[in-house]
Design a protein around this ligand. Sequence first.
Ligand code: PMV
Length: 310
Amino acid sequence: MNKREVVQAILGSRIHHAPTIETTVFAPTNIALCKYWGKRDQELNLPVTSSLSISLDDKGAYTTFSVIEKEEDEIILNDAPVLLSSSFAKRLINFLNLFRNKERFKIILKSTIPIAAGLASSAAGFASIVKGLDALYDWKLSLTELSLLARLGSGSACRSLWSGFVLWNKGEREDGMDSYAELFHPHWEKLRVKILMVSESEKSLSSREAMQRTIETSKLYSKWPNKVQDDLEKIKHAILTNDFKLLGETAESNALFMHETMKNAHPPIEYSSEKTYALMQRVWDLRNQGVSIYFTQDAGPNLKLLYLDN
Ligand code: PMV
């Protein structure tokens, strides 16, 4: 099955609803505590393993959609027009083409997080795009259906439709219709996630390419699915029992293992900078001094700190 067929299967005759004038939506970014790293299907963004994230409710993407009487789309990102020939615009336009007839859109995206710096901005972006389309065309899709559609834009986007802890079940089906996210647990009042910015610049290697190279060349990757299975159980248990030590230790170990699989790829993939390693050391030093603080890291040099508000 290709993306267009999946969209057809979900939307059916609704795809031809007439668009309304304008709509604005928000989707939060999400940080995986147990990571998604590796696709079993590259076209449909179907993952090798399940994953679990926490949404950052105050950080994400605001998207305003309107239909315009023009030949081409107009895209504005953080107040600046985006060249339609840029890779960012092309990826977005290809995604929009899955859903529309001949309409052209003006899309105003405001991201409260840096784009493509391993801060899951694409997750919030694509989730807000599907929410925006749903509102614009009045499809009234369920969150499950929105999650299935967001996944077609970017895998981790399927988790950006809820607040709280979100579980993406990998699913078994070839068409991916059972590969969507769901709310696992609404909140953990005292838990804090803080982005520790090392660099805001765009990542040198996309997560798509890095995942593929890891799967194809890293000897360590065969150990990843079992590692995720163990870590997922621990993290679920930690959330349900408010066991912060277990949560922090497991999330940190999961992220470090993911980066080890990349370092074992050929050629090796290294997202961390010297500053990243210095900050990790600082976290470990603090822990030795009795401060309960952990980190996780995605496909970029930045760290996300996990701690309790005390
Ligand atoms: O959804 P993508 O293609 O941006 O990949 C996300 C990969 C990680 O952020 C590293 C892990 C995750 O589960 O979010």
